[in-house]
Design a protein around this ligand. Sequence first.
Ligand code: FMN
Length: 375
Amino acid sequence: MPTLATTVNGLKFPNPFVIGSGPPGTNLSVINRAFREGWGGVIAKTVSLDSSKVVNVTPRYGKLYAADRQEVIGWENIELISDRPFGIWLDEFKKCKDSFPEGILIASIMEEFNKDSWIEIVERCQDAGVDAFELNFSCPHGLPERKMGAAMGQDPDVLEEVCGWVSSVARKPVWAKMTPNITHIEEPTRAALRGGCEGVSAINTIRSVIGVNLDTLRPEPSVEGYTTPGGYSSKAVKPIALRMCMEISTLIRNEFPGRTLSGLGGIETGEDAAQFILLGSDTVQVCTGVMKFGYECVKPMCDQLLAFMARHKFETLEDFKGKSLPYFTTHADLVRRQAERKAAQKAASAVKVVKSDGEWSGDEFVKQSDALSRG
Ligand SMILES: Cc1cc2nc3c(=O)[nH]c(=O)nc-3n(C[C@H](O)[C@H](O)[C@H](O)COP(=O)(O)O)c2cc1C
C-alpha cells in the first residue's frame, strides 16, 4: 500500500494536504475541525501584532462562474489579514496544540518593516507552541498600502533582510509565501532562501478585477459604489501556480538543494495535488477549495492521490516528487526535437518502401534517408 505520510523540514505530516491561510483557518473552532477531518496540517489565517489597524469591508468577495453559471472557477477577495486580537490568537494556538499535539499547526505572520516587530511576533508565536511559520510576503491588496505583504515580497532586498531577522530567532521551520505578482518569481525566492528560510510557499493570490456590473457600471465587489483590485484564486489560477512552482522547484534543485516547496493555487482534487508534486512540491495547500467544498474534501483528495500512486506503483511521495521537471526545455529545443523526430520517421518509412520493393541496399538507404531528412 502506498503511503501519503511525509516528513518536510523535520515536520511529520500524515498526508501532504495543508489548509492554506485564509478563512478556513480563521479561528480555533475551524482549525480544530480541519484536524478532525484529517488535514495533514493547518496554516492559520495571517496574524499581526496590532489587529486594530486591520479593518475589513463587506462585500469582500467576487466570483467568476463557468458558462453553466453553476461552478465557481475564479474567486476574488479583498479580505485583509486577521482582524482578531493577537492575544486571543496566542491563546488559541496553545489550546489547539493541547487538543492536537500531533497536528502540524503553522502560524502565518505579517508585520511592518521593523526588526523588533518581526522578532516579537516570531518569539511569542513559538512560545505558544506553533510548529512552523509561514511569512506572508504576498497579500496583494490593502496591506501593500502599508508597505506590507506583496509590497515586501516584490522587493528582494527587503525580503532577504526580513527573512534574516526571522531566521535569527525562529526555533521552528520558516516558509516564505511568495507573490505571483512579479515577473520572475525566482528573484524573490532566491532572496528568501538566502535569508535563511527552510522553504517557500507559492502562490498567493493574483491581483485582479473580477468584473464590472453592466447595470450599475460599478466594478465589483462594490463597497459603497467603489472597489480596489483584489486577489484572484481558485481553479482558474492553477496553470499560473503550476508554472511558478515549476520555476521555484528548478531553482531549489539548482541552487538550494534540501529546501522545500509548499505548492498551492486552485487545488481541488488529488489529481491536482499530484501535478504540483510532480513539479516539485513537498506539500500542497488548499484554501478556496475548502470554502467551495467544505473541510471533508480532504478525504476524496487523499483517496484520489493514493489511486494515482497505485496506478504508477509509487510507494511514497518522494518516488514522484519533481518527476515531471526534466520535461521542461526551451522552445528552440522543442523545434530541434520535433525536426529530429520527423526525420527519423521519414527515414523509417523510406526503409519500409525500399524493403517492400525488395531492392534494399546500404547505399540506397543512406541516399534515400538523406533526401528525406532534407525535406
Ligand atoms: C478569502 C481569502 C482570504 C485569504 N487570506 C489569506 C491570508 O490571510 N493569508 C495568506 O497568506 N493568504 C491568504 N489567502 C490566499 C490563499 O492562502 C492562497 O494563497 C490563494 O487563495 C491561492 O490558493 P487557492 O486557490 O487554493 O485558494 C486568502 C485567500 C482567500 C480566497
